[in-house]
Design a protein around this ligand. Structure first.
Ligand SMILES: *[C@@H]1O[C@H](CO)[C@@H](O)[C@H](O)[C@H]1NC(C)=O
Ligand SMILES: *[C@@H]1O[C@H](CO)[C@@H](O)[C@H](O)[C@H]1NC(C)=O
Ligand SMILES: *[C@@H]1O[C@H](CO)[C@@H](O)[C@H](O)[C@H]1NC(C)=O
Ligand SMILES: *[C@@H]1O[C@H](CO)[C@@H](O)[C@H](O)[C@H]1NC(C)=O
Ligand SMILES: *[C@@H]1O[C@H](CO)[C@@H](O)[C@H](O)[C@H]1NC(C)=O
Length: 213
């Protein structure tokens, strides 16, 4: 068990457009947006289940395990970014949904840009999206490992009492990024994010503990 402490910036992006027309795999969008877009997902029939290992209704129920507690609703999908400098890793946490691990150090300004896993609703109009996107690629230094939300627990003692549990469902199927020191994250199978019960504003400190497989 390796535990590290890192400063986490809770990044708030004000998303002005209420109608989001995306198609296909919207995980890249959900992984980079702190603003709860659930009310905006009107074309659910045309998007893939948000948890790729579940069907649509299971996926929504799973996400709602976190959101059904009104206290945590506003945190759902909030993006936090932290670094593990000894390994040259960047973690991007979309609270209650997913964690991406990059085998590189990327600034928040880059991580905040959604990975374009989705396709535009209409190809007739340019630009396709009202926000910038990053195109996914298979460079091991760019492509993230992805872990998905599994469960939430209330530990009811100590100051960081809310534990969200994220597990790996798929291996990345790429070699490690060599240029940043050959620190593979393939063996990371589960990550626990500890957060305070109380609502956070703007900037806070959080703990991330990761269990090695
Ligand atoms: C989704 O999966 C659940 C559990 O496997 C199943 O009970 C349900 O019928 C499925 N729903 C659809 C729409 O396929
Ligand atoms: C967490 O557990 C404590 C003690 O059991 C309880 O007082 C508190 O209401 C719980 N909080 C939530 C959000 O479930
Ligand atoms: C996280 O989820 C996995 C898979 O369900 C489970 O084995 C593990 O005990 C969970 N960990 C915590 C801290 O809840
Ligand atoms: C992190 O990556 C840089 C190159 O991007 C490298 O010079 C440095 O040695 C790496 N650090 C570790 C701890 O591997
Ligand atoms: C990268 O690390 C792995 C595991 O430690 C090792 O087997 C491999 O030879 C290393 N690759 C390079 C190019 O150093």
């Amino acid at each position: 068990m390796l535990t590290f402490i890192s400063s986490i910036h809770i990044l708030h992006i004000i998303f002005l457009v209420l109608q989001i027309d995306l198609h296909g795999d919207i995980s890249g969008f959900l992984s980079a947006h702190p603003q709860s877009p659930l009310i905006s997902l009107h074309h659910l029939d045309y998007v893939d289940p948000i948890f790729p290992f579940m069907n649509h209704s299971q996926s929504l129920n799973h996400l709602m395990k976190v959101a059904k507690n009104g206290q945590f609703q506003s945190r759902l999908l909030q993006q936090s970014i932290c670094y593990h400098k000894l390994k040259n890793w960047t973690f991007s946490i979309s609270w209650g949904y997913s964690i991406q691990i990059y085998e590189s150090i990327f600034p928040p300004s880059f991580i905040q840009i959604p990975l374009q896993t989705f396709i535009p609703w209409s190809k007739l109009y340019k630009p396709f999206f009202v926000f910038n996107t990053r195109l996914p690629n298979n460079n091991p230094c760019d492509a993230p490992h992805v872990l998905f939300f599994e469960s939430i627990k209330n530990m009811s003692s100590g100051s960081y009492t809310l534990v969200t549990n994220y597990t790996r469902r798929y291996s990345r199927k790429l070699p490690p990024c060599l240029s940043n020191g050959n620190h593979s994250a393939n063996h990371i199978s589960e990550i626990h994010v500890l957060s305070p019960m109380k609502k956070l504003d703007w900037v806070s400190t959080s703990f991330v503990s990761q269990r090695m497989m």
